[in-house]
Design a protein around this ligand. Structure first.
Ligand code: ADP
Ligand code: 5GP
Length: 389
């Protein structure tokens, strides 16, 4: 059986730290975890269970507190949480009274993503990443030149499989087209706001496309994944390359036109761009079609006849017309207060109250962290969980 993990630091040390003033903002439960001579104090500034978890860092050698830039969506405090150091660069936070898909979060303190942002922003930076049980549905990235039919194919998928797929609504600085709806087709924004958000790490990827900024926010993908759907991203080749570089697992599909002339015809017939914009998009299309051949994509589909292309798309996604796939779900609630113990890659969560026999709360929850993948700015996937009643 696992080894009991002591509360990272004694309460007297926490009190001593409080005297130094650095974590005076924290009310209620807090945890302290040491990594490379720094103490990461995690707690909330209010006792309200819905308030977000915050972080303060105490450098033991300099005696200086710092308030880091916190990237990613902060988990809700709940009344109780525990911190476990999983690897030397990320802390697993487990919250009490939470549902199975919300109880595990990772605070990254020195991953590649955090280091990259530190260089850009300066000072201390940490990043939250939501823990995902199992593999989760792998996102689908669809790229291809403007006018090839990406939107048309995606709309068909969403219409035929509404409970399976969800569209990642991108941000863009381009003006809305006549029929485009704010928050449905795009989040329309300004360059200034978007550049600030990009610096603050709110985007999984972003790129300058045909003279405008486009980007996929972490929140856009989360909005789809949170409701158990498989996320579809319609992004350009630069965006696809950036997603690949972030080692986010996805299926990458490139849509090609049957000919350049046909692409030009579709783009013009759509009638949504000015002549100047059409010219620009066609110039970029030549480069994109070349890049589509470079092995970045797992599949290349030619959109000649729409129905056959759609059939091929469904086939490669393993979709049968009659099957509505949904992500497998694990359902339980964590106890309101618990002890944790550990045996190598396994973490055991046990209720502190034997009397806690409310429905849906297991006696013991076993977490296996041996196959973690991904991480901020996306989810940390591959958590294996079993519940014993
Ligand atoms: P994208 O999203 O790649 O920019 P759209 O989905 O908007 O492209 O398609 C561009 C235009 O081409 C639309 O008017 C659409 O109806 C049309 N279209 C899409 N696929 C086909 C096809 N296979 N054959 C003919 N026209 C198509
Ligand atoms: P449009 O202006 O026609 O809607 O899109 C122009 C191009 O921008 C398309 O190639 C589309 O795939 C791409 N695009 C849309 N959203 C994003 C995004 O979030 N990131 C990136 N990199 N490209 C995007």
């Amino acid at each position: 059986m696992g080894q009991e993990i002591p509360e990272s630091f004694s309460s007297s040390l926490v009190e001593e730290l409080s005297v130094c003033g650095g974590d005076a903002d924290f009310k209620g439960h807090k945890t302290v975890t040491e990594i490379s001579g720094k103490l990461y104090v995690i707690g909330a500034s209010s006792e309200d269970v819905d308030s977000p978890l915050n972080v303060r860092i105490f450098n033991k050698s300099t005696g200086i507190w710092s308030v880091p830039t916190i990237l990613g969506k902060k988990p809700k405090a709940s009344k109780f949480h525990r911190a476990v150091l999983v690897t030397d660069n990320r802390i697993l936070i487990l919250t009490g009274d939470s549902s199975a898909n919300k109880f595990a979060h990772f605070l990254e303190v020195d991953t590649n993503f955090v280091r990259e942002r530190k260089e850009l922003l300066g000072g201390e930076v940490v990043a939250w990443s939501k823990g995902s049980i199992g593999e989760g549905p792998i996102p689908i990235v669809i790229s291809g030149p403007s006018g090839v039919g990406k939107g048309t194919l995606i709309n068909k998928l969403m219409k035929d499989f509404p409970s399976t797929f969800g569209f990642s609504v991108s941000h863009t600085t381009r003006a809305p087209r006549e029929k485009e709806v704010k928050g449905v087709h795009y989040h329309f924004t300004t360059r200034e706001v978007m550049e600030t958000d990009i610096r603050e790490g709110k985007f999984l990827e972003s790129a300058l496309v045909h003279g405008n900024l486009y980007g996929t926010s972490v929140e856009a993908v989360e909005a789809v994944t949170d409701i158990g759907k498989r996320c579809i991203l319609d992004i350009d080749v630069q965006g696809a390359r950036a997603v690949r570089a972030r080692t986010i697992e996805a299926i990458f599909i490139f849509i090609r036109p049957p000919s350049f002339e046909e692409l030009e015809k579709r783009l013009r017939d759509r009638g949504t761009e000015t002549e100047e914009q059409v010219q620009k998009r066609l110039r970029n299309a030549k480069k994109e079609i070349e890049e589509g051949k470079e092995g970045l994509f797992d599949h290349v589909l030619v959109n000649d006849d729409l129905e056959s292309c759609y059939t091929n798309l469904k086939k490669l996604l393993g979709l049968d017309d009659n099957i509505q796939t949904r992500a497998a779900s694990v359902d339980f609630k964590t106890p309101s207060s618990f002890t944790i113990s550990r045996d190598a890659d396994k973490i055991f969560i046990e209720s502190q109250y034997n009397t806690e026999t409310r429905d849906g709360i297991p006696k013991r929850i076993v977490l296996d962290v041996s196959s973690l993948k991904g991480g901020a700015p996306g989810r940390t996937r591959g958590l294996a969980v079993s519940a014993e009643y």
